[in-house]
Write a protein that binds this ligand. Structure first.
Ligand code: UDP
Ligand code: MG
Length: 314
């Protein structure tokens, strides 16, 4: 029985060796064969050199290095395609996903009752309040309008059986939103809660704008609800205009008032124009995703590895 850890790394020269040291300590105590698969996601710092030297010291370490930054989703996918273990876990390099949880997670899987053990943060200590608020709203919304089944505070950190990993690899879509994919494929999942841990070294790669775009991507990837906004708006506006028509006709017949109001006409025109552009924009988002999907570009390009055989996409 073998355990694979997938560790996406982007500018993690400081954190990667710490992760390697701490995880090795935990894994040695676990009585299981293991591998650590580091994915260098086009780092601009010395991450690749650090990974080379870790691999030279420790035969458990393999690394794949991308030709540029492809994003964490692509890095995780490369990991899933190349991991050889019967059990596979994705972990951040910054120690925010504590390796000390691994023994407990393995035990839960070994009981045979679950196919995966997922983790969620119960607190968001050390994070801006406004970000936590938006995150909470995002989870509420996406669960309402999609069948992705995403738990608030869920991390990408989970331990999975091979069957589940194969199902994820099977989902070869270009626009990836793993939190949604994990939920969509189903399987029996145990949720393990833990308190937020702060990053051990280096800096977070996420700012508010990036997170916002990530949230929008998630919604577009897992729900068609925004597309129906146009129809609902259309029905609503038709109804309102019908009422207004009756009002104007009655006013003319009863009181003989001519229709006045240049300003109100312009307001209504601008409003309708705005709604139309908004709806077009939503459609544009879906069309852009379809366009990227139809190109069938590779998810990532590997420029260097110490692995004998590379599996690009299964
Ligand atoms: N990461 C990556 N590619 C990217 C951005 C991030 O592989 O383009 C990795 C990063 O090295 C880390 C993990 O994804 O191991 C999570 O990133 P980070 O800690 O910055 O996110 P946060 O924990 O702040 O949400
Ligand atoms: Mg982090």
């Amino acid at each position: 029985m073998k355990l694979s850890l997938i560790i996406p790394c982007y500018n993690e020269e400081a954190a990667a060796p710490i992760f390697h040291r701490e995880a090795t300590e935990v894994l040695r105590g676990m009585d299981a064969e293991y591998e650590m698969l580091f994915i260098n996601d086009g780092s601009q710092d010395q991450t690749l050199a650090v990974l080379r030297s870790l691999a030279a010291q420790d035969p458990h370490v393999t690394y794949l290095s991308f030709s540029r930054n492809f994003g964490k989703e692509a890095a995780m996918y490369a990991g899933f395609c190349n991991a050889k273990g019967d059990y596979v876990a994705v972990m951040d390099a910054d120690m925010q996903d504590p390796p000390s949880l691994l023994p407990q997670m393995m035990e839960l899987l070994a009981s045979g009752e679950y196919d995966s053990v997922a983790t969620r943060r119960t607190t968001r200590k050390g994070e801006p309040v406004i970000r936590s608020w938006f995150a909470g709203k995002f989870y509420q919304l996406i669960n309402k309008i999609s069948n992705a089944d995403i738990v608030d505070g869920s991390r990408d950190f989970r331990l999975m059986r091979r069957e589940m990993v194969d199902a994820i690899v099977e989902m070869g879509e270009y626009n990836r939103f793993s939190k949604g994919i994990f939920g969509w494929i189903g399987f029996r999942t145990y949720w393990l809660s833990y308190e937020n841990v702060e990053r051990v070294a280096g800096e977070t790669k996420w700012n508010f704008w990036k997170l916002f775009k990530y949230a929008v991507d998630g919604i577009i990837n897992f729900s068609q609800a925004p597309l129906s906004i146009a129809s609902w708006f259309g029905i609503f506006m038709t109804f309102i205009s019908f009422l207004m028509l009756i009002f104007i006709v009655v006013r003319k017949v009863a009181f003989g008032d001519p229709v006045d109001g240049w300003a109100s006409t312009i307001c209504v025109m601008i409003f309708i124009g705005g709604v139309q552009l908004f709806c077009l924009g939503i459609m544009g988002q879906y069309i852009a995703k379809t366009y990227m999907e139809s190109k069938h570009r590779p998810h990532y390009i590997i420029s260097e590895t110490n692995q004998e055989e590379i599996i690009k996409v299964k």
